[in-house]
Write a protein that binds this ligand. Structure first.
Ligand SMILES: *Cc1c(COP(=O)(O)O)cnc(C)c1O
Length: 408
């Protein structure tokens, strides 16, 4: 039998070229990122972290680099991959303008969160986060995920308009005394006020009780880099992210932490939860982080924000209800409950698929339908902005979606 994989890769390439991609967590990486990810680095085993000798060598050309965390590999022949990993650590910190420790080895955002939790928590500890139905992520304590099984998860809510209820964060910390407070979301279109949450945590901390604060910036990482969203650095003890959403890098995760947590975080990745690092992906992370330091990337993220706002505003003009009434970032949700009660998120997703427009169904505040049906959709413009979209393209796409939905 023939191996047909390359046929399907070609077909998928065509699909990605042809379709209008509105999934808020997707993007299109550069040719350089693809080159790194498809390189010979995939062949190398390098359990552990760059050696002291490699770090010294790296510092000769990067005198501003300060190393935290573990050192030393378990295999020979790591002199080149050591430098690749150090480049990734260096450029990821540069991109986010931070001197936090950076672990570049998480295989995904979920792996990053799993290790971040393990670095500061013991099983049974209480975590406080946003729940999945209201915009949080599976790894923020969902009962079907490791996070909701290993830890005792409690959740804060959004208000009736869909904004995070900061009063509820305060009340839940008082009531449940979580060991870790998590901020960050997969479906939230507004600024998350990290400083305010830090303030709430500080005001409730005592000599005996002092919770950790973690920010999962997976979706908004690119906006944090360019300053379109306030940064969590300096406020959170641990910051996790994916690399493949607005950051526009390869699939994978990162964990940043205050230097005093560096060794705990490194141990929580290897040997606790992962084996050998994916050096080809880490090379891709270095390339993407370097790209994110450019003026071009800054302009790109700014255009993402402009396009998202233009598209959300157009849907509002066309009579749709946008959750929270608008957007501050790269995505927004439409709630069909009041304006189009006959439309479910699933039906809309399926119909748009037929027209080569790709998006995902999404729960809305006070959702009445099941998570398999939902009453809303999530729309993001990061991918299409990489393809060159300007505001007018976003508006025309909203008009096109409206025409399709009106014929449903
Ligand atoms: C996407 C996402 C993740 C997980 O990323 P994977 O790479 O899919 O595991 C974690 N947290 C948030 C908030 C996300 O949006």
């Amino acid at each position: 039998m023939e191996n047909n994989v390359f046929t399907y890769i070609e077909e998928e390439g065509k699909r990605q070229e042809k379709n209008i991609e509105l999934i808020a967590s997707e993007n299109f990486v550069s040719e350089d990122v693809k080159k790194a990810v498809g390189s010979c680095l995939t062949n190398k085993y390098a359990e552990g972290y760059p050696s002291k000798a490699s770090i010294e060598k790296f510092c000769l050309t990067h005198p501003d680099y300060v190393h935290y965390g573990k050192t030393g590999r378990y295999y020979g022949g790591c002199e080149n991959v050591d430098m690749v990993e150090l480049e990734a650590m260096y450029w990821c910190r540069k991109a986010f303008h931070t001197d936090y420790h950076c672990n570049v080895q998480p295989h995904s955002g979920s792996q990053a969160n799993s290790a971040a939790f393990a670095s500061v928590l013991t099983p049974g500890d209480t975590i406080l986060a946003m729940n999945l139905e209201q915009g949080g992520h599976l790894t923020h304590g969902s009962p079907v995920n490791f996070s909701g099984n290993i830890y005792n998860a409690v959740h804060y809510t959004v208000d009736d308009r869909g904004f995070i209820d900061y009063g509820d964060i305060e009340a839940k910390i008082k009531e449940f005394h979580p060991a870790l407070v998590v901020a960050g979301a997969s479906a939230y279109s507004r600024v998350i006020d990290f400083a305010r949450i830090r303030g709430i945590i500080d005001s409730l901390s005592t000599d005996e009780y002092k919770p950790y604060f973690m920010v999962d910036m997976a979706h908004i990482a690119g906006l944090v880099i360019t300053g379109e969203h306030p940064t969590p650095f300096g406020l959170a003890d641990i910051v996790t992210t994916t690399c493949h959403k607005t950051l526009r890098g390869p699939r994978g995760g990162l964990i940043f932490s205050r230097p005093e947590l560096a060794k705990k975080v490194d141990s929580a990745i290897f040997p606790y939860s992962q084996g050998g690092p994916l050096l080809h992906i880490i090379a891709g992370k270095a390339v993407a982080a370097r790209e994110a330091c450019t003026e071009e990337y800054r302009a790109y993220i700014h255009q993402v924000v402009l396009n998202t706002r233009a598209m959300a505003d157009r849907f509002i003009e066309l009579g749709y209800e946008v959750v929270t009434g608008g957007t501050d970032n790269h995505l927004f949700m439409i709630d069909f409950t009041r304006t189009h009660p006959n439309l479910s998120g699933k039906a809309v997703q399926d119909e748009l698929d037929k027209h080569f427009i790709t998006l995902n169904k999404n729960c809305v505040p006070n959702e009445k339908r099941s998570p398999m049906q939902t009453s809303g959709v999530r729309i993001g413009t990061a991918a299409m902005t990489t393809k060159g979209w300007k505001e007018q393209d976003a508006v025309e796409c909203a008009d096109r979606i409206d025409r399709i939905l009106r014929s449903m």
